[in-house]
Ligand binder design. Structure first.
Ligand SMILES: Cc1cc2nc3c(=O)[nH]c(=O)nc-3n(C[C@H](O)[C@H](O)[C@H](O)COP(=O)(O)OP(=O)(O)OC[C@H]3O[C@@H](n4cnc5c(N)ncnc54)[C@H](O)[C@@H]3O)c2cc1C
Length: 439
């Protein structure tokens, strides 16, 4: 049998190769660094962290905590290396920036079933079972190959995402449902602003701190989509005539507000809403501070912060099966940031899963769909569900199924969701004997 090939030795690809090899099958891992670098990587290590050295919270009732629970049960190499190289960071799992990727690289290099080739892949191998995990900074020749496989219009180059808000953190005594020019009801949640509230919000927004641009992002980033803070800087009333225009909307007293911030439903369950037109480069604490000045959002909890950065990803709802196989070439799996998950651990977990499923396929078995109750299953469900405006997602409790019986208290609800995920994972592992051959 031909070796399984993994392209890209980042967080997803490293984890994929490890899972295959530890289940007794040979694997070849291609990484173009250090011969050819990306604009963000600095070393030749596998699984290099391009920015923060934090892998998020370890508390189980957080998205990061649940990801770690699942990675742990599935014997993740990255999680093990992170624990070995951790540095103190309160509730978060932060790692020594050098030692973490060095440990991952050592483990992969020492495994007898893993062959590492330092080579840029310019063409996707024909007929072999292959995992593509080349990340948000995939090299140009491979982008063209991906274009051939998924179609030109199925590749996105920039991520300009507005913040996502948990529905139950919006104050519906102030905000109201309504669509423009509709007499009653409507799909949007509207937060009305008086002129005074608009003024305060406006001056906080234009003064708020933004994330600096990387040199390689500068020219192209804003071509299609302007951040809300840049739009605001064009003039005091630009927002009130643009994304915050009140036309066609009446508040509870039947009056037209000075401005309106609209939120659009983001998932089937209606647990997440996105702030329409609010793609932003504000620093995360600033997003929390400034967006909470909007009436109705005083206690808003952000499930995902707004981001704008270079980020190649495929249109997964159109091109990917829930098993992470490409519709057009089922022997090709994709994983990591490339499929529209955002974050180090999200990338690692989908890489791990692509590894297991590629192995199933190579043994003549059907690749598996992860249960919806798991963080893994929910992430994959989110990115493969048809969507008009597909944008990458990080792990959050809004994408997990809600408990069957309504639980009002957030903390208790999350504990139940974590429990459901744990039980679903356990049942799944037993049903398919997933850990039986792991050495
Ligand atoms: C600038 C930037 C900052 C980020 N900061 C954070 C952060 O602070 N926290 C966070 O959680 N997430 C962050 N992310 C998002 C994301 O979690 C990381 O990008 C993560 O590394 C994605 O994992 P991956 O395995 O999909 O891709 P990567 O880790 O980027 O791995 C892809 C690998 O493929 C290699 N490669 C590319 N093309 C080829 C080719 N043709 N042939 C062979 N090899 C190839 C690359 O060299 C790279 O090693 C950031 C992303 C970017 C772009």
């Amino acid at each position: 049998m031909a070796r399984i090939e993994v392209i890209g030795g980042g967080l997803a690809g490293s984890e994929a190769a490890w899972q295959i090899a530890c289940r007794g099958e040979p694997v070849r891992l291609y990484e173009m660094r250090p011969g050819k670098n990306t604009p963000a990587h600095k070393t030749g290590y596998l699984a290099e962290l391009v920015c923060s050295n934090s892998l998020g919270s370890e508390k189980e009732s957080t998205g990061g905590g649940l990801l770690k629970l699942e990675l742990e049960r599935l014997n993740s190499l990255l999680l093990r290396a992170a624990k070995k190289t951790r540095v103190p960071a309160g509730n978060a799992l932060a790692v020594d920036r050098e030692k973490f990727p060095a440990e991952v690289t050592r483990q992969l290099e020492e495994h007898p079933l893993i062959e590492i080739k330092r080579e840029e892949i310019r063409e996707i191998p024909k007929n072999n079972i292959t995992i593509i995990a080349t990340g948000p900074l995939t090299s140009e020749p491979l982008i063209q190959e991906l274009q051939k496989l998924t179609g030109q219009e199925s590749l996105y180059f920039f991520d300009a995402a507005a913040p996502l808000v948990y529905r139950d953190s919006i104050d519906m005594n102030i905000a109201f449902f309504g669509s423009r020019y509709e007499e009653q009801g409507g799909d949007y949640i509207n937060c009305p602003l008086t002129e005074e509230e608009y003024q305060d919000f406006y001056s906080a927004l234009v003064k708020a701190e933004v994330v600096p641009l990387h040199g390689f992002e500068e020219q192209k980033l804003f071509a299609g989509c302007m951040p809300i803070e840049n739009l605001a800087k064009k003039g005091y009333k630009t927002l009130a005539f643009g994304p915050l225009k009140p036309v066609g909307l009446r508040d509870r007293e039947g009056k037209r507000p000075f401005a309106v911030v609209q939120l659009r439903r983001d998932n089937r369950e209606g647990t997440l809403y996105n702030l329409v037109g609010f793609q932003t480069r504000l620093k995360w604490p600033e997003q929390k501070r400034v967006f909470r000045m909007i009436p109705g959002l005083e206690n808003a909890e952000l499930a995902r912060y707004g981001v704008m950065h270079r980020n190649l990803y495929i249109d997964s709802p159109k091109t990917l099966k829930p098993t992470l196989q490409l519709n057009s070439r089922p022997e090709v799996f994709c994983a990591g940031q490339l499929i529209g998950v955002e974050g180090y651990l999200e990338s690692a977990l989908t890489g791990l899963w692509a590894g297991i499923n590629a192995l199933f396929l190579s043994r003549g078995e059907s690749p598996l769909v992860a249960p919806r109750e798991m963080a893994l299953g929910s992430l994959i469900d989110y990115i493969t569900t048809p969507s008009k405006n597909f944008q990458p997602i990080n792990m959050n409790f809004g994408i997990l199924p809600q408990p069957k019986k309504r639980i009002k208290k957030k903390q208790e609800r999350r504990e139940k969701q974590v429990n459901n995920a744990r039980e679903a994972l356990q049942a799944f592992l037993e049903k398919f004997g997933l850990m039986d051959d792991f050495v």
